[in-house]
Write a protein of this length. Sequence first.
Length: 117
Amino acid sequence: VQLQASGGGLVQTGDSLRLSCVASGRSFSSYTVAWFRQAPGKEREFVAHISYGGGSTVDADSVKGRFTISRDDAKKSGYLQMNGLKPEDTAVYYCNVDTGVGPGLPWGQGTQVTVSS
């Protein structure tokens, strides 16, 4: 399976964005899907993941209460609804599968999110 993120853009503080992650190939529904981000000059960090079947989600403390991860297996898609965006959310956002010990696929291009103050 390969995953491609999209939906980023330039927004202002407090705005919302919805990122999409579309899978090609089979077996999307059997994977835990995760979002990561990498800000300029920083290491890539975990944002959120959602288990196969959508039964459980985990969010990083920095996005709790503002970001919501979801998935639609029929569409082979994952989503990251981002509300209350802050300048510190500025980063390239990537989706991947979460093996439990880290990402399981080669990184795609990601999608740029820029939040202006």
